[in-house]
Ligand binder design. Structure first.
Ligand code: PBG
Length: 344
């Protein structure tokens, strides 16, 4: 048998395609791949969503989101300090409301001492340099798990918006930096902007969940905030139909007109085309939410040894940048920030 090396060398000298363009030349070594890379992920791109629960010293695992916990307010402060040390620009809060406090109108959302307000005050006091974002919607507070008031089985729009304005004011008073309405009621961004301005909160930003789809990928989140068991029906009369994309542009246009400082597309990975269209059409700060189900899919496969979790995490986040996102809300934020810090 002839030695393989000789055979290979002979093949390369004789079998030339006669091409001058060889894209592989730029890929031949890591230094070169780094030089020609079009998009990169940095810690500046991250917003870290956290779940708040009653108590002290409490860190409670969430079964469908391995690695994510519900945290009492004191533990939230510790994670906020960790985020700041890692250079993560902003964190966001979602409450697990005591079921006894949930009612049909979500009245706990208007309690100045609810979990979210306490978390905001504690973090703004201990870690003033970090950006704090709070979700505005009724679902963590309603007994039926919907984002709005219900009458005769229908979600009421304008009546809900009035409550969302109140909720926004309470969060602004607590010291939040960014109000993020995730409810998908019509006209809420404008109403919230007017409400904030009238009350003197001109510098509180609004990040609109502008194109939010009625998605199966929110499942683990609903476990995390304890609404999955309660939720009656689905959210398809207010969240968007997954088949639509021109409609996403109309939603974004409205939210910008109404005063949104930035817009969000949600879920993330299945909707990269929407991120690209929004960014190209409007050029405004555009965010993606890599939602709970996306996180759970990667974690589940990684824990089974079916894929390399760290690489899948990084690749999925880089994909958002390539699609045009300016930033990403992701439960992977601290893990990816550590890897970026360590240069992995
Ligand atoms: C609710 C809200 C949801 C999420 C953020 N805010 C769920 C829903 O609309 O039912 C989902 C986040 C995630 O899945 O990670 N207003």
């Amino acid at each position: 048998p002839r030695p393989l090396a000789v055979e290979t060398a002979k093949a390369s000298s004789t079998a030339s395609l006669g091409i001058t363009q060889r894209p592989r030349r730029n890929r031949k070594a890591e230094w070169s791949r780094r030089l020609v890379r079009e998009n990169t992920l940095t810690v500046d791109d991250l917003i870290w969503p956290l779940f708040v629960i009653e108590g002290t010293g409490r860190r409670e695992p969430i079964a469908s989101m391995p690695g994510v916990e519900r945290l009492s307010v004191d533990e939230i402060v510790r994670d906020a300090e960790r985020a700041a040390r890692l250079g993560i620009p902003a964190i966001s809060f979602f409450p697990y409301t005591d079921p006894a406090l949930r009612d049909p109108t979500g009245s706990e959302s208007l309690n100045r001492d609810n979990l979210v307000c306490r978390a905001v005050r504690a973090v703004k006091k201990a870690v003033p340099e970090i950006g704090v974002m709070t979700d505005v919607a009724l679902d963590p507070y309603t007994s039926h798990g919907h984002d709005g008031l219900i009458q005769d089985g229908a979600i009421l729009n304008d009546e809900t918006v009035a409550l969302l304005v109140e909720q926004s004011l309470i969060q602004a008073e607590a010291g939040t930096d960014i109000i993020a309405p995730s409810d998908m009621m019509d006209g809420r961004v404008g109403a919230i902007r007017v409400g904030l301005d009238k009350a003197g909160f001109r510098d509180v930003q609004i990040m609109a969940y502008a194109a939010k789809y009625a998605s199966a990928f929110y499942g683990p989140f609903r476990d995390a905030i304890g609404t999955s068991a309660a939720l009656v029906g689905d959210k398809r009369t207010y969240q968007m139909d997954p088949g639509n994309s021109a409609e996403a542009l109309r939603e974004v246009a409205l939210d910008i007109e109404e005063g949104a400082d930035s817009v969000m597309v949600k879920p993330g990975l299945p909707y990269l085309d929407i991120i690209r269209r929004v960014k190209d059409a409007f050029g405004v700060p555009t965010f993606a939410y890599q939602v709970s189900g996306e996180y759970a899919m990667i974690q589940a496969a990684a824990l089974n040894g079916w894929l390399d979790g760290d690489r899948a995490m990084t690749e999925s986040l880089l994909a958002f940048k390539r699609a045009g996102a300016d930033g990403i809300l992701t439960y992977f934020a601290p893990r990816v920030a550590e890897r970026l810090r360590d240069g992995i």
